[in-house]
Ligand binder design. Structure first.
Ligand SMILES: *[C@@H]1O[C@H](CO)[C@@H](O)[C@H](O)[C@H]1NC(C)=O
Ligand SMILES: *[C@@H]1O[C@H](CO)[C@@H](O)[C@H](O)[C@H]1NC(C)=O
Ligand SMILES: *[C@@H]1O[C@H](CO)[C@@H](O)[C@H](O)[C@H]1NC(C)=O
Ligand SMILES: *[C@@H]1O[C@H](CO)[C@@H](O)[C@H](O)[C@H]1NC(C)=O
Length: 165
């Protein structure tokens, strides 16, 4: 019984690694294109392209040589009333800048600084990251996909490490 359980855990861990290396994310670079985002596969090259784009309006995007795994993001700047962390932009908000796509985890996208001081003082930011295919999309319910799968996979890896040690 225990052996079976360990096998299942190992299997989950392997599948997790495979999914992580071929993650896909919704992709768009401004309010207009984000009305109809496309889908991109995360690679060092696409994550580099994201860093490059984010550098056009943030002055502190770190250079990352490469990542083993990636994450999907939705970074939205807006004006108007503050929206709760899990809500969508409301009728009284204006999206001033928006980016969806694959990023290197190490750029810590949700902690970046806007270069333009006026924007920095007046824009609100709404930033989410997640780790499953096409998870950076607000469904009809307006909720960001949870990363339950990643959590399961991490627990599996931890257990695997214990078993092997
Ligand atoms: C991504 O960017 C880093 C840092 O600029 C560079 O060293 C690396 O070669 C780039 N990788 C790809 C696949 O473009
Ligand atoms: C990205 O590049 C790094 C080295 O710069 C490499 O170790 C890593 O495996 C690459 N990631 C993918 C998914 O190819
Ligand atoms: C939007 O603004 C209008 C007019 O000020 C107000 O009546 C309405 O309640 C606001 N809606 C939201 C969702 O904040
Ligand atoms: C990105 O986040 C904003 C802010 O919550 C939301 O209004 C928008 O619908 C999201 N974009 C997508 C494509 O899910």
């Amino acid at each position: 019984m225990l052996k079976k359980f360990v096998f299942a855990v190992v299997l989950v861990a392997f599948i997790g690694v495979k999914f992580a290396s071929s993650l896909t994310c919704y992709s768009c670079i401004d309010a207009t294109s984000c009305r109809k985002p496309t889908i991109q596969t995360c690679t060092n090259a696409t994550a580099n392209a994201s860093s490059l784009w984010l550098s056009t309006y943030h002055n502190d995007v770190p250079e990352v040589a490469g990542s083993q795994s990636f994450m999907c993001t939705n970074l939205t700047y807006y004006t108007g009333p503050q929206i709760p962390p899990t809500a969508s932009i409301g009728p009284n908000n204006t999206v001033t800048s928006q980016f969806l796509g694959c990023v290197h985890p190490d750029i810590r996208i949700c902690a970046r600084t806007l270069t333009d001081p006026v924007a920095r003082a007046t824009w609100n930011s709404h930033c989410g990251v997640c780790y499953t295919d096409n998870c950076n999309y607000y469904g009809p319910a307006g909720t960001f996909s949870s990363s339950a799968y990643t959590i399961i996979a991490s627990i599996a890896v931890l257990l695997l490490a214990k078993v092997l040690s």
